[in-house]
Design a protein around this ligand. Structure first.
Ligand code: CU
Length: 513
C-alpha cells in the first residue's frame, strides 16, 4: 500500500511538501477522544431537517390543513460531472427529484403533472396507504397520459425514509426517483445535529452520447444525488456533531457504502427506525436495490473523510470497454482486452446487423479471451515522458516546418505538457522510464492521471480548504464527510452563506447557524 501510494505520489508529481500545506486539521493529540460516547445527545430533541446535497427539497403550500406538493415529471438536463451534462427524466428540474419532507400525522396531497412524451405513474414506496394512491400503472390507477394530471392523497402515519419513483421500470432507470422523508411525531433519540439523504443511481452513457442507455447492464457513470465525484458537494459537519446519513438505492446494483475514520450504527431501514437494541455497528453497509439504510455516528474525528461505494468500478468515471492490448509491451501482442467498444458496451453487431446476425458470436458483454478482437492499443494515460516527447516530436515531424507556426523542441514540449487545460491542469507526468515494459501498466495513473485535476472546475464553498489536487482522486460514488474543527467549520459556513444560492440544499443549516 505504501508502495502504491508513494508510486502514485511520484507518478502524479506530488511532492511530499504538498501534504503539509494548508492543513485544516491539527495533528492528533492524546487528548483527542476518538472513543467518545457514540450516543451523546448534543442538545434539545427535535426533528432535524434532512439535507439532500446537490438536489434540495420540494416546497409545499397549505390548503387548509393539507400540505400540497406539485410534482412535475419532465425531461431534465443534469450536469453529473464537469463538462458532462446528460439528458435524463426527473422531476421539477432535477434527477433524482427533489426530496419531500413531511411529518407523521400530516395530511399530504401530491399533484402530479406529466410533461413527458409517454404515460407515467408514481409509486410511493413503503407507504401503508390507500390502494388507489399506490401508483401501480394499469392496476391501481390509469397511467397518467402526456399532459395529464393525477392527484395523490396520503394520511401519514409512518415515520422514516421512504421513496417515490416512476413505476414504469425504464423511466426509473432514466432518473425518475426521489426521497420521501416522514419525520416522527416523537423525535428519534439521541438527537442528530445533521441529517443527510443520499440517492444512489447508475447510468450507462455510451461514449459521445448524452442519453443514458436504460437497457444496458454495464454502468459507467455512478452517481450520488445525481452527481459523480468530484462534482458532489461534501457533507459539512462540525466536529462533535451526531450525524445521520440516509442512503437510498433505486438503481440496478447493490452498493456497499463505506465511511472513513468513524464507526457507525445502522439505525433504520426502508421500513423505518430500528429499535436501539438491534442497531449494529459497521463502517460499511450494503444498500441493496429498493432499500434504505440509515446510519448514525458521532463525528468526533476531524478530517476530510471519504464516504463512497466500495465497489472499485463505482469509484471511476466514464468507463468504457478497453480495446486492444492490455499492456504496452513492445513487440508483443499483449493480452487481448475483449471485443470492440461498441460490442463491449452492449451494441450488438453482425450480419445482418442484428442480435441474431450470423457472425455475432457469444460474448459476456465485456469480453475477454482468445476469441476477442484486438482493434488497437490502449492509449489512455500518460506515456513515460521520454516516449511522450518522442511521439509528439514524431507527430510534429510530419508537419511541414513552420506550418501553423508550430515548431517545438523538447523543452517546449515539456512546457506544453504542463499547461493548464481550461481547469484540467496537467502536471508534468512522472512515470517510471520503463513503464511501457511493465505488464498491466497503466493501472491507477490510467484514471487518476494528472489530467484529472479539476479543483477549479468544481470550486465551491463546501470544498474550501481541501488539499490541492484532491479532485483527481474523487470519482464516481465518492464524496467527503468533512468533520471540521469549530473555527474551520465557521469559515466554511460563512462562505456558504456568502454564496447566497437560491434553493440551497443547506438552507436549513445556514438559517440555524
Ligand atoms: Cu456501488
Amino acid at each position: 500500500m505504501a508502495n502504491r501510494r508513494s508510486f502514485l505520489q511520484s507518478a502524479l508529481g506530488l511532492g511530499a511538501g504538498l501534504f503539509a500545506t494548508d492543513n485544516l486539521y491539527a495533528a492528533p493529540s492524546a487528548a483527542q477522544k476518538l472513543k467518545a460516547d457514540r450516543r451523546v445527545n448534543n442538545g434539545p430533541v427535535f426533528n432535524t431537517p434532512v439535507i439532500t446535497t446537490d438536489i434540495g427539497d420540494l416546497p409545499y403550500t397549505m390548503d387548509g390543513d393539507i400540505k400540497v406538493f406539485h410534482l412535475t415529471a419532465q425531461v431534465v438536463k443534469r450536469q453529473i460531472a464537469p463538462d458532462k451534462t446528460i439528458d435524463v427524466w426527473g422531476f421539477n428540474g432535477t434527477a433524482p427529484g427533489p426530496t419531500i419532507q413531511v411529518n407523521e400525522g400530516d395530511h399530504v396531497r401530491v399533484i402530479l403533472d406529466n410533461q413527458l412524451p409517454e404515460p407515467t405513474s408514481i409509486h410511493w414506496h413503503g407507504f401503508e396507504d390507500h390502494i388507489g394512491y399506490d401508483g401501480q400503472p394499469g392496476i391501481s390507477q390509469e397511467p397518467v397520459k402526456p399532459g395529464g394530471r393525477f392527484v395523490y392523497e396520503f394520511h401519514i402515519h409512518q415515520n422514516g425514509t421512504y421513496f417515490y419513483h416512476s413505476h414504469m421500470a425504464m423511466q426509473e432507470m432514466a432518473g425518475m426517483l426521489g426521497t420521501f422523508i416522514m419525520h416522527p411525531k416523537e423525535p428519534y433519540r439521541p438527537h442528530c445535529d445533521k441529517d443527510f439523504a443520499i440517492n444512489i443511481q447508475e447510468y450507462a452513457v455510451l461514449p459521445n452520447n448524452t442519453v443514458p442507455n436504460t437497457m444496458n447492464m454495464e454502468f459507467n457513470w455512478l452517481v450520488l444525488n445525481g452527481k459523480a465525484g468530484p462534482a458532489l458537494t461534501p457533507l459539512i459537519i462540525r466536529q462533535g456533531e451526531r450525524v445521520r446519513i440516509r442512503f437510498v438505492n433505486l438503481g440496478m446494483d447493490h452498493h456497499p457504502m463505506h465511511i472513513h475514520g468513524h464507526t457507525f450504527q445502522v439505525t433504520g431501514t426502508e421500513g423505518g427506525r430500528i429499535p436501539e437494541t438491534a442497531w449494529w455497528p459497521g463502517n460499511t453497509v450494503l444498500v441493496g436495490v429498493a432499500q434504505s439504510r440509515n446510519i448514525e455516528f458521532v463525528a468526533n474525528n476531524p478530517g476530510d473523510w471519504m464516504v463512497h461505494c466500495h465497489l472499485p468500478h463505482h469509484m471511476m468515471n466514464q468507463m468504457s470497454s478497453n480495446v486492444g492490448k492490455m499492456s504496452r509491451m513492445p513487440g508483443s501482442s499483449g493480452m487481448p482486452a475483449g471485443v470492440d467498444m461498441n460490442t463491449g458496451m452492449g451494441m450488438l453487431q453482425g450480419t445482418p446487423g442484428a442480435p441474431l446476425g450470423e457472425d455475432y458470436g457469444t460474448s459476456l458483454g465485456r469480453g475477454m479471451g482468445f476469441g476477442s478482437v484486438a482493434d488497437m492499443n490502449t492509449t489512455n494515460g500518460p506515456l513515460s515522458e521520454p516516449k511522450n516527447i518522442a511521439s509528439m516530436q514524431g507527430m510534429m515531424g510530419e508537419m511541414k516546418p513552420g506550418k501553423n507556426g508550430i515548431e517545438m523542441g523538447p523543452e517546449q514540449m515539456r512546457n506544453m505538457m504542463a499547461m493548464d487545460m481550461g481547469g484540467m491542469k496537467q502536471e508534468n507526468s512522472d512515470i517510471a522510464p520503463n513503464a511501457n515494459e511493465v505488464p498491466n501498466f497503466p493501472q491507477d495513473v490510467y484514471m487518476e492521471g494528472p489530467m484529472m485535476n479539476m479543483d477549479k472546475m468544481v470550486d465551491k464553498p463546501e470544498n474550501y480548504g481541501l488539499r490541492p489536487g484532491w479532485s483527481q482522486f474523487m470519482q464516481g460514488m465518492m464524496t467527503f464527510i468533512r468533520v471540521l474543527p469549530p473555527d474551520k467549520y465557521d469559515k466554511v459556513i460563512a462562505r456558504m452563506k456568502q454564496a447566497n444560492r437560491p434553493n440551497d440544499p443547506y438552507a436549513s443549516v445556514l438559517s440555524r447557524s
